[in-house]
Design a protein. Structure first.
Length: 122
């Protein structure tokens, strides 16, 4: 029995005038079991009151089955993306293929964290 890949918490803010209803519709369409049915993707649509923006908040359970770049493509077909946010660490391979022009806050990889920890221990 093998270990599962790291879960990736990934949020995508939609550009105004996107609404919470837009975010909910996008989440319903892209999550596993939705119209587009991205495998291993759990998604909800939210309104961030403090920022006055709609957000699609996701957990990608297996980035080898659905790459973050594919998630971005699916959302971009339905709305304009303002920016994205990685919550926590992700494998470097999970970030491959993301558009260069996409701002991704919290862009930190497991490999970078391990290298930093290794340097501290040396």
């Amino acid at each position: 029995m093998a270990a599962r890949p790291p879960l990736i918490a990934f949020n995508v803010e939609l550009s105004p005038p996107a609404t919470v209803d837009d975010a909910k519709a996008i989440a319903a369409a892209i999550r596993e079991g939705g119209v587009e049915g991205l495998e291993s993707v759990r998604a909800i649509g939210l309104w961030l009151e403090h920022r006055a923006v709609a957000q699609v908040s996701m957990n990608v359970e297996d980035y080898t089955k659905t790459a973050l770049a594919k998630v971005i493509e699916a959302i971009a077909r339905r709305a304009t993306i303002a920016e994205a946010e990685l919550v926590g660490l992700a494998p470097r391979a999970a970030l491959e293929g993301l558009p260069d022009e996409l701002t991704v806050g919290g862009r930190a990889t497991i490999e970078d964290a391990l290298a930093t920890a290794d340097k501290r221990l040396s």
